[in-house]
Structures are given as C-alpha cells and as structure tokens.
Design a protein. Structure first.
Length: 120
C-alpha cells in the first residue's frame, strides 16, 4: 500500500483530472478550502456537494458561488462551535441548506441514496 504524500506547508490540495495533488500556496493564504472547492467545482460541476462546518475565518465561502453556478449543492453548519466559517458561507447567499451537523449527515445519506425527502 502506497503511503499518502506529505504535504509541505507551502502547498495546498487541489483536484485535477480526478486526482488530488499539491500546488504552490496562493496569495491570501489560508484559503486552502476555497481553492480546493473551486477546483472541485471546475472538475465535477453539478456533482459537487460542499459542506462548510465549524471553523474560523471564511475559508471556503468564496467558492460557493462557483459551485452553485455549476449546479452543485451547498450546506453550512447551524450552531457550530466556531461559527465564523459557516456564518461567512451563509452571508454569501450561496448556501442551499443551513442545518445542524446531525441533519447534514441525514441529508448527505439521503443524497447518497438518491432520496431528496431528506432535504425537507
């Protein structure tokens, strides 16, 4: 079994050609999640389901418009322990569902089973 590569502190993870790889740090670090989600939206379009959970700062929020424009789906965590990340996501206006972590889990399971009733 091949071990995962060590990601250097000056790199980020991106999705290209269905494989996760590293790239140089962009300006405005730490926006690793934003850059990953942007690459995911570009690579997978409407198949993307982004979940913004508890965290600090607004990392990921800037990518939500791209995900929505490609037809993807977005979630943000309600009542997160560290809420600045999900609140920042909500403020973009590009979050489809704002749910507790337990309800996000149920919704994702429903999506995986192709059962949209879990989203009501």
């Amino acid at each position: 079994m091949k071990k995962s590569p060590n990601f250097e502190s000056d790199s980020q993870r991106i999705l290209a050609n269905a494989a996760v790889s590293t790239a140089s740090k962009p300006k405005g670090w730490p926006n690793a999640l934003t850059h990953f989600l942007l690459s995911l939206a570009k690579a997978k379009g409407a198949r993307v389901v982004a979940v913004i959970l508890s965290g600090m700062d607004g990392d990921g929020s800037a990518a939500l418009a791209a995900i929505k424009s490609e037809g993807g789906m977005t979630f943000a965590q309600l009542h997160a322990a560290y809420d600045s990340t999900p609140v920042s996501a909500e403020e973009t206006g590009h979050v489809d569902f704002i749910l507790s972590s337990a309800d996000i889990t149920k919704a994702l399971l429903g999506i995986a089973k192709n059962d949209s009733s879990q989203l009501e």
